[in-house]
Write a protein that binds this ligand. Structure first.
Ligand SMILES: C[C@@](CO)(OP(=O)(O)O)[C@H](O)COP(=O)(O)OP(=O)(O)OC[C@H]1O[C@@H](n2ccc(N)nc2=O)[C@H](O)[C@@H]1O
Ligand SMILES: Nc1ncnc2c1ncn2[C@@H]1O[C@H](COP(=O)(O)OP(=O)(O)O)[C@@H](O)[C@H]1O
Length: 300
């Protein structure tokens, strides 16, 4: 088969169905100990990697209507998480990063949905195909873990347990008792994401957690901190639960809110409640769980 010249990857956003936060560790760069259930949701970014002539270097093009702070001219493309993943893969594979990357962004930026990590994971998966490395998942996760806490999860999606600082991943197979239990608890199927123009800085939310701690009964220990920094997220949770959502919570470090809507009537009622209360800026429908998908275009 002739070599691939373009590989596109649709990579889902991530939420946390539980997020227990423990003490921070200096040897982890100040990151906190976590025990979390990750869940990939069917709200995706698309990363395309195209081979460039030897020595041509890399390029990055961004598209999308909601680019957050990526849109500003000061956003340094060499710090984009997809570009960091390109350089990490090039070093690991002993290759030159002569690749054109395009990112079609749909995942809100700085939202607690791991949009940057999804783009990095998509780049790793794309290069694994473009460069015909054919590395196994564990090898790809090793590269991802050098870039960020929730990147290893994003490489495969689905449901998974994360420990360490979030980088140690124990997949929860779809046919396992644990996955069945999550589905029975209502953590599957139709959901709504309440998104905001505003972003929250992940380090700032963890810092606020060190001050305020976790809220009583909150499955996401960062929720109280995120709501204290962005109160509208708290209003969105209350409105969604009152409208019948089976679960509504801040996604990771926030500010976005995820609401599971088990019936079309409840989905309609949550949308109406969020629109009436103006508790969110934008509403995105998705399904859970989800997984990345890779498509390869070869030379004609
Ligand atoms: C909070 C979570 C929950 O899944 O995701 P988001 O909601 O941001 O998507 C993750 O822990 C975010 O992971 P990620 O965004 O990759 O964090 P990193 O880049 O590794 O670290 C950014 C900063 O967040 C803080 N951090 C991150 C992870 C962790 N376990 N403890 C921390 O205290 C640290 O201040 C760290 O310097
Ligand atoms: N490809 C990318 N997509 C989104 N954010 C990115 C990307 N590359 C770098 N970033 C930066 O990472 C920060 C966190 O983005 P994101 O991963 O979307 O949020 P979160 O960590 O809350 O899930 C933002 O400030 C953004 O500027």
């Amino acid at each position: 088969m002739s070599a691939p010249v373009t590989v596109s990857v649709d990579c889902p956003a991530k939420t946390n169905l539980t997020l227990e936060v423990g003490p921070s560790h200096a040897e982890w760069g100040g990151r906190h100990e976590l025990d979390t259930i990750y869940c990939a949701i069917g709200l995706t970014d698309t990363v395309t990697a195209t081979a460039k002539p030897a020595g041509a270097g890399f390029s990055l093009d961004l598209a999308g209507e909601h680019l957050g702070d990526l849109a500003s001219s000061s956003s340094d493309m060499r710090r984009n998480h997809a570009v960091l993943a390109l350089f990490a893969m090039a070093e690991a594979a002993g290759r030159e990063p002569d690749v054109a990357l395009t990112i079609e962004k749909r995942i809100p930026v700085g939202a607690g949905l791991a949009g940057g990590s999804a783009d990095a994971a998509a780049t790793i998966l794309a290069l694994n195909a473009l460069w015909e490395l054919d590395w196994p998942l564990d090898r790809l996760r090793e590269v991802a873990a050098t870039l960020g806490a929730d990147m290893p999860f994003c490489v495969a999606g689905g449901y998974a347990r994360g420990t360490g600082y979030g980088e140690i991943i124990e997949t929860i197979p779809d046919d396992s008792d644990a996955a069945r239990a999550l589905r029975e608890q209502g953590y599957a199927g139709s959901l709504l994401v309440g998104a905001y123009q505003a972003q929250l800085s992940t380090p700032e939310v963890y810092g606020e957690f060190d001050v305020v701690g976790a809220g009583d009964g909150d499955r996401n220990h960062l929720q109280k901190a995120a709501v204290s920094l962005h109160p509208r997220s708290g209003a969105a949770i209350r409105e969604a639960l009152a409208a019948g959502a089976s679960h509504a919570f801040v996604s990771g470090s926030g500010p976005s809110v995820v609401a599971f809507t088990p019936t079309p009537d409840i989905r309609r009622d949550v949308i109406a409640a969020w629109e009436r209360s103006k508790a969110v800026d934008r509403i995105i429908a998705a399904e859970a769980p989800a997984a990345p998908s890779v498509s390869v275009t070869v030379a004609r």
